[in-house]
Design a protein around this ligand. Structure first.
Ligand code: ADP
Length: 491
């Protein structure tokens, strides 16, 4: 806009001077230099920086289209009442809610919630990311902060609305504790400006602005941001629960044709710990696999492959040599058999196909999301972790390096047992114990479980060998098939 007006005026003056008979060459050079200078500043973001503000239409984003996250949705809706009923709030002398902080791991749909919030409250929506404010040029970040608040007001007025939501993803980049950055002057100035803008928001503005920040590292944020009157509310956006996963899968398969054998509930059970983004990816990968197999519909097998791909990565083209394949089968059969013996119905699939960094793996499924574990349940999990290496020792006579990650997991669970006061030490403050002492108790727990696993595997050695043979022949065994083998041998 500034460029266009200046060019128009310059052209007018030049024509006028030319008409009067003046030499206008110096004037042309001056205008040219002016344009170059303007463009240079623009490139540095000092003049016009509206490009970093994404302005979305949010009419397609509704809370109903976000799977799970019931608590987060409810808390957000309650908070949005401040924005929607700002008139009422003002009359009652309630200060406006200026900021909501969405905290949670990546892929859990924080921007979706912010867009749905804008739609729900009929507000103008501007989105940006914390990193967009950070520049190496002093003062640029602070100017950008001012601009986005200004833009929110202007957009709202233009759209004849009196509410605006500014969404700032990765707000920890902008709002990290002051003094924590190497080039801290610029970072601190940007954050200070942000605090000033937030403090300036009040009930008397013709446009009410709500800032929604998102981060997966709330611990990094400057305390000044979190104090009352700024980011007043923190809404936790966590990994979806079983029901949440089912809802997300339903949403992302709405536009896809599913075979009759597909049970989204089963898939939800097998995707414990997946985020919304992972689940969206599973649905997408399953559709791609169906396309590759020239199938009109997506089958359960496509979904299972898609889960493996999202969890572990693409299948490796190179097949392991027979010796390694045999060892992997022995290892995975050990995990799978012990998993079924200590917790029936826990195995969904066991395979010796290499994917990503894994040479083989056992995928477990869970009826319910579990938040509490008894000591026995933790010990059973340790057994499952140790079973791969012990199976190798029993069948092949020695262990291999393949169990490194298993041991890491086992130690982690042993530490949970100690920290929860469930070990032979009783209730202790693990921080005040010498690490050598903790190590002895970890060894004690692991050793006890090793003995039990060895005993269990030796007692079921024929069954173990049958599973190993099947695995080598068929590359993978489903949970149902595994249970049939186990039940047949028990009969
Ligand atoms: P974040 O910013 O929290 O990392 P995103 O919003 O970028 O997560 O999530 C990426 C994608 O994952 C979304 O565009 C959406 O397709 C999907 N997704 C994540 N959570 C959900 C959810 N609760 N319901 C439906 N889709 C979801």
């Amino acid at each position: 806009m500034i460029l266009e007006v200046s060019l128009g005026i310059s052209l007018g003056v030049m024509i006028f001077l030319f008409y009067l008979g003046y030499d206008i060459t110096p004037f042309i050079i001056l205008v040219f230099l002016g344009i170059m200078f303007y463009l240079m500043l623009n490139k540095k973001g000092l003049v016009k920086n509206e490009t970093f503000q994404e302005i979305h239409s949010v009419k397609d984003f509704r809370f109903e289209n976000i799977g799970g996250q019931e608590v987060a949705k409810q808390e957000l809706k309650e908070a949005l009442e401040f924005l929607i009923r700002s008139h009422d709030m003002k009359k009652r002398g309630i200060r406006p809610l200026k900021g909501i902080l969405l905290t949670g791991p990546p892929g859990t749909g924080k921007p979706l919630l912010a867009k749905a919030a804008a739609n729900y409250s009929d507000a103008v929506y501007l989105a940006t990311s914390g990193s967009e404010f950070i520049e190496m040029y002093a003062g640029v970040g602070a100017q950008r902060v001012r601009k986005i608040f200004q833009a929110a007001r202007e957009k709202a007025r233009k759209s004849h609305k009196n509410r605006a939501i500014i969404f700032i993803d990765e707000i920890d980049v902008l709002g990290a504790q002051r003094g924590s950055h190497a080039s801290h002057m610029e970072y601190d100035q940007t954050l200070n400006q942000f605090l000033v803008e937030m403090d300036g928001l009040n009930n008397n503005d013709d446009v009410n602005i709500l800032v929604i920040g998102a981060t997966n590292r709330p611990d990094l944020l400057d305390q000044a941001l979190l104090r009352p009157g700024r980011f007043d509310r923190q809404v936790k956006v966590d990994f979806p629960t079983l029901d949440g996963r089912l809802e997300i899968l339903e949403l992302h398969t709405k536009n896809k044709k599913l075979a009759d054998d597909v049970s989204l509930k089963e898939i939800a059970k097998e995707t414990y710990g997946f985020s919304g983004a992972h689940l969206e990816n599973v649905a997408n990968e399953a559709a791609i696999l169906a396309l590759r197999n020239n199938s009109d519909v997506i089958t359960l097998q496509h979904f299972k492959e898609a889960i493996d791909k999202v969890m572990l990565g693409e299948k490796l083209a190179d097949k392991a040599n027979p010796q390694i394949l045999h060892r992997v089968a022995v290892h995975e059969a050990g995990h799978a058999l012990i998993s079924e013996l200590v917790k029936p119905n826990s195995v969904s699939q066991v395979t010796v196909t290499s994917r990503g960094n894994a040479l083989g793996y056992v995928r477990q499924s869970q009826e319910e999301d579990q938040k509490l574990y008894t000591c026995q349940e933790l010990r059973n999990q340790i057994k499952v972790c140790l079973a791969g290496a012990i199976s190798e020792k029993i069948v092949l006579g020695d262990k291999s390096t393949g169990a490194g990650n298993d041991f890491h997991q086992a130690v982690k669970m042993a530490k949970t047992i100690i920290n929860s006061g469930l070990s032979s030490l009783g209730v202790v403050s693990a921080d005040d114990l010498p690490s050598a002492k903790i190590n002895i108790v970890i060894q004690e727990i692991i050793h006890q479980e090793e003995m039990l696993v060895e005993d269990l595997l030796n007692k079921n050695i024929d069954l173990l060998k049958e599973i190993i043979d099947r695995l080598i022949k068929e590359e993978k065994i489903s949970g149902e098939c595994l249970r049939k083998i186990i039940n047949r041998s028990a009969a």
